[in-house]
Write a protein of this length. Structure first.
Length: 129
């Protein structure tokens, strides 16, 4: 367990397709396998009951997502896909209102120059005016 105060990434089940598999050797360990990606996420719990609860909760999110059964792979083929903040089209429509100014962070040369010149934050934001 680390001392991180900020998330290191996100697995958006609306943008990826995945499956959960419990370890045969240790019932307190399970892995999340992302289709068409070499990245596998391993989870270890303190008890088998805790493992079952985590799997149940994650599965509930997976089966209600757009990625479930659709074999979505476009995002998963990008390196470190889980480390980028994303907003789905559905979230954008639900969050934004007419007249909002929506700013997205990119890593392109011009975007980095613009942030440097304007001394702006590097994070994403949605601003209601």
């Amino acid at each position: 367990m680390g001392n991180d105060l900020q998330a290191k990434g996100v697995l958006d089940f609306d943008l990826i397709s995945c499956a959960i598999k419990v370890s045969r050797e240790d019932q307190k360990v399970f892995k999340l396998i992302v289709f068409k990606s070499e990245r596998v996420f391993y989870f270890r719990c303190l008890t088998e009951q805790e493992t079952k609860e985590w799997i149940k909760s994650i599965n509930e999110h997976i089966v209600t997502s757009r990625g479930y059964g659709n074999k979505l792979t476009r995002v998963a083929i990008q390196p470190s896909f889980w480390k980028f903040d994303r907003i789905s089209q559905k979230e954008l429509i639900e969050t934004a209102n007419t007249g909002d100014i929506i700013l997205f962070r990119t890593h392109g040369f011009m975007s980095v120059c613009q942030r440097f010149i304007t001394q702006s934050r590097t994070g994403n934001s949605i601003t209601n005016q």
